[in-house]
Design a protein around this ligand. Structure first.
Ligand SMILES: C[S@@+](CC[C@H](N)C(=O)[O-])C[C@H]1O[C@@H](n2cnc3c(N)ncnc32)[C@H](O)[C@@H]1O
Length: 373
């Protein structure tokens, strides 16, 4: 099993923000097909909405159970590293609320979750209330849930009274914003507008360098193994990305028992420079393999890995991640950005601020936002 972080291809192989002129107003007039973008967003939403909550037995029987546990460990480490007691948290593309327990352990003071998939938000609601299954306990922080496209809506207007937030998290989802420059900018504008100065943006997303390197090594336009598959369209038959717009580079992603929908390449150096325009400075970026090696050696995180059982010791008869799952883990990276400026202490006022948060969320409490807002 390959555990090291193989050499990354040069970022000059990917579209560069210095070569491809970014347009601060967005590229809507000449690049994007608005209907197409909306259709893709709906396709992604419908895909995730259809995925119902799995029972414990179904989860354990999944062919990617160790990969799921590994990804949960990575998210837990990010949360434990950056969340502080009483923090106000904005979870963009929160899904079914898979991170609620992690935030609870960090003893946060307030949580706002938003996702485009109606089915996922409903699952998130029941999980938050503690009645999704018998293992879930009621959470100790007030929360609000919203259903809408967080890469399209001006969230700062909707969440004016909820912010500023101490932490924003976007796990395994930011690449869905990279369909057009306008959406990528909206995602970053939302994060920047809602974070307090000194606030932290944590996330995970596909590692474009790894995907492009694998594509170039493959014979055709498909890469993958028994647990994942990535297919690029014929327009990329030259496998050249220089000089192209760094937005809208689509592929179809399949992850056994988890994902089957279009996704978009996020050239990290473009993401980094775009984020800087929104006062978000890079603190950390690590491919998942490197992340595992670095944080596994810290006793508290090593212990958490043992508890989760993602990387069991086969010599002691424990199950462990398969080579194919480990290769799929290599497709992702984690990042941390920090909003410029010094905190004035106003960010950690969760107790007074959370007028809209509830300790039990009813169906009617979920705010459904259309893109026209
Ligand atoms: C792989 S799941 C990750 C869910 C969650 N963050 C986690 O780590 O468990 C990706 C999520 O992104 C959501 N998503 C995709 N596009 C979105 C958008 N434009 N606005 C809000 N959520 C979106 C999907 O509905 C899905 O729940």
């Amino acid at each position: 099993m390959k555990r090291g972080h193989a050499e990354s291809p040069s970022s000059s192989d990917l579209p560069s923000s210095s070569r491809v002129k970014l347009n601060p107003e967005g590229d809507s007039q000449f690049l994007e097909d608005d209907d197409n973008t909306k259709n893709f967003a709906r396709e992604v939403a419908d895909h995730y909405s259809r995925r119902t909550n799995q029972t414990l037995q179904e989860r354990e029987a999944s062919p990617i159970i160790h990969l799921k546990k590994l990804n949960n460990w990575i998210k837990s480490v990010l949360i434990q590293l950056y969340a502080r007691r009483d923090d106000a948290v904005l979870d963009l593309a929160c899904g079914k609320g898979g991170d609620l327990t992690k935030w609870d352990k960090a003893r946060i003071g307030y949580y706002v979750g938003i996702d485009i998939a109606e089915g996922s938000i409903e699952d998130c609601r029941t999980r938050y209330n503690g009645d999704a299954d018998h293992r879930q306990r009621r959470k100790n922080f007030p929360a609000r849930l919203l259903c809408g496209d967080c890469f399209e809506i001006e969230l700062d207007k909707i969440l004016e009274d909820d912010g500023p937030f101490d932490i924003c998290s976007c796990q395994f989802a930011l690449h869905y914003s990279w369909t057009t420059e306008t959406r990528a900018r909206r995602a970053l504008a939302n994060v920047s507008a809602l974070l307090r100065p000194g606030g932290i943006f944590i996330g995970t997303m596909p590692d474009a360098n790894v995907i492009i390197k694998k594509l170039r090594q493959a014979e055709g336009l498909e890469i993958g193994n028994s647990v994942y598959g990535i297919r690029f369209g014929e327009e990329y038959s030259q496998k050249k990305f220089k000089g192209r717009s760094p937005f809208g580079i689509k592929y179809v992603f399949h992850l056994e028992d988890a994902v089957d929908c279009p996704e978009w390449i996020v050239p990290f150096h473009v993401f980094k420079s775009l984020a800087e325009e929104y006062d978000l400075e890079l603190v950390l970026v690590k491919n998942s393999h490197e992340f595992v090696h670095e944080y596994m050696s810290k006793p508290e995180f090593g212990e958490l890995m043992r508890k989760l059982g993602a990387l069991g010791d086969v010599n002691q008869g424990q199950s462990t991640i398969s080579a194919d799952e480990w290769e799929a883990a290599y497709l992702y990276l984690s990042f941390v950005l920090r909003k410029r400026g010094e905190s004035d202490g106003a960010g950690r006022r969760s107790v007074q601020r959370n007028k809209k948060g509830k300790m039990n969320i009813s169906k009617d409490d979920i705010l459904y936002i259309s893109n026209e807002v």
